[in-house]
Design a binder for this molecule. Sequence first.
Ligand SMILES: Nc1ncnc2c1ncn2[C@@H]1O[C@H](COP(=O)(O)OP(=O)(O)OP(=O)(O)O)[C@@H](O)[C@H]1O
Ligand SMILES: [Mg+2]
Ligand SMILES: [Mg+2]
Length: 575
Amino acid sequence: MFQSQAPTWSDMPRTYGLTGPISEDLPEEENLIQTRKLLDTMKSYNVYENNLELEHRERVVKRLESLFRDWLKEMCIEMNVPKVVTEKVGGKIFPFGSYHLGVHSKGADIDALCVGPGFLERKAFFTSFFAKLKAQKEVKDIQAIEKAYVPVITLSWEGIQIDLVFALLPQRSVPDNLDLLNNSIVKNVVDARCVRSFNGYRVTEEILRLVPNVLNFKVALRAIKLWAKQRNIYSNKLGFLGGVSWAIMVARICQVYPNATASTLVIKFFKIFSMWVWPIPIRLIEVEKCTYNLPFWDTKVNRCDRYHLMPIITPAYPQQNTSVSVSRSTFAILNEEIHRGHAICLEIEQKKAKWSELFEPTDFFKKYQHYAVLEASYTTEEKRLEWIGLVESKIRLLVSALERNEPVSLAHVHPHAFPGLRTANKKDGQSTMWLIGLVLNVKYSERCKKNLERSFKTFTNIINSLARSSNIYDEGMSLSVACLRREDLIYEPQQKALQTSETEPPRLVSPVSADKQGTTKRKLLHRSETPSKKFKDDKSLPVDQPHNVPSGGHVDGPSAFAKPAVSLTAPRQTT
Ligand SMILES: Nc1ncnc2c1ncn2[C@@H]1O[C@H](COP(=O)(O)OP(=O)(O)OP(=O)(O)O)[C@@H](O)[C@H]1O
Ligand SMILES: [Mg+2]
Ligand SMILES: [Mg+2]
């Protein structure tokens, strides 16, 4: 009998993502040993939560869900909804983001989507449910950020940071077995804010569905997140990459090395992305084309999408670029760090380096000759969160203004805010500071200073008028930016790697009160007031250059750092 020689579907290798695998090699013993070493190193950074902490999170999510369901019932009664509808209204909370992926570190937030019935108004969530949450004794620092691209209530519940987004289902009730992955879920949702809120969960679920081995993916992603935090390049808000972008990048590596163990995935991550030709986008899947008239990322349709430097696309309709905020400077810094990672991984493979070298913290305070110091002060606690939130959400504007400023080749914002002055003089109130390392392509002269001050002034004017127009402004609030030389920055070197994590940013204190225009020279000190280390200016550099820029390299374009191993010469801190 004739037997077909053609391979059947089951003979074909499974393709995860848009292309076939690069290698389907199974791990060798050496790879498994490296994975064990990687895991041990990660544990020493104390990123994993223990069982008690995990159970605490689960309890908090349950409490939130029961509060939400109670609230929906109360709303039904208030709106005189028929009793039968009230009884069946349901209500569900879907955790998403890093907590749902199972890769959250200690101190990470819980992102949760609250789904309610279509007859409610979105506004009610941000007023009435907000009030209910605020009345809970466990809740602190609650804020409704209704005007955000994805409106959110942020709060701290018994010390755990929570981000709650809200979406209305065009139905009278929210069943327990609701399937949010079906694209039809967003079909009849008219409010784009609801679609974006649904998509946080849909994207997280798709990522999990699209990787061949979830366990290996999680370990590799945890390693990449730890590395990105240690290297100060973990922040979507400040123009670096946030959790979802890193997750999509790691997931893509998992797809092309489906059998690789976690250590190999990390090594390949750096290898592939050090060679990646941006702005070719990273995608996990060809997202199904739906004709629901929702805007999605597409360079053929949207002109502005063509200018994105580092597109990392979500895998659920309507697909979005998760890294819109990446700027010329952050792009250069991200590439520099990826090349540094690649160089260290090559050494790890040759047994010349240990994993801990990959996770060494950056030398941000030694790296630049000049720093822009942004300081937001306040005298009352009442609007502190809103004020700091507003300033931080707009720092990208300052960075792009600086990037456009002629003498500036690179503006490197540190992703952590530093608690500022807590002076004995109560009138001065408190403040929060951000630092931006500057690479100048000219000598720091009066003319250069004036040039910079123009950008500073434009920025502070914009923020002050935004604060006034959005009713955030309060007596005693002020904002200043000044340029400092490195020799005027005094700080305590980081003690432990973990202290640089999101839970405990390094503390700086300004002993010299700034003048309100921020034009005077100020000094920054570590809060502990233990003897601090003062760094001498490196006179050998004629113009500003980070110490690890390749010699002769001007940092004037997106590919300026695209040379391997540039950072290996940078001084390393011991932990
Ligand atoms: N820039 C973005 N574009 C699209 N979706 C985003 C973006 N930022 C956040 N999200 C969605 O919101 C979720 C939660 O974001 P969040 O910033 O809390 O990151 P995360 O992945 O949970 O990591 P982390 O551990 O830092 O909290 C993401 O997983 C993603 O689904
Ligand atoms: Mg999160
Ligand atoms: Mg979040």
